[in-house]
Design a binder for this molecule. Sequence first.
Ligand SMILES: [Zn+2]
Length: 89
Amino acid sequence: MTWTETFSCNVCGKRKGDVDHWWLAWVEQIQPSDDEEPKPKLQVMPWSELMARSLEVVHLCGAGCALKEAERWMTSVAQNKRAASSAAD
Ligand SMILES: [Zn+2]
């Protein structure tokens, strides 16, 4: 018996099978210029067994859950931005 790692969707909890179209997502920090604050950037790519083992990636079972994750992430970024600007007042 070969050892296989099982993954589950970070949004809906579905277990990964052999034939499906999963995606990976993670966040990188981008600083467009010295004058701008670093900004988080959401990256999405088709499933990779190697990349899936990386700690910071989110596993997504399909486009529906990828969009939910993107929406959740964008909401949290917007909230953090509001919280940071109101804290500066
Ligand atoms: Zn899912």
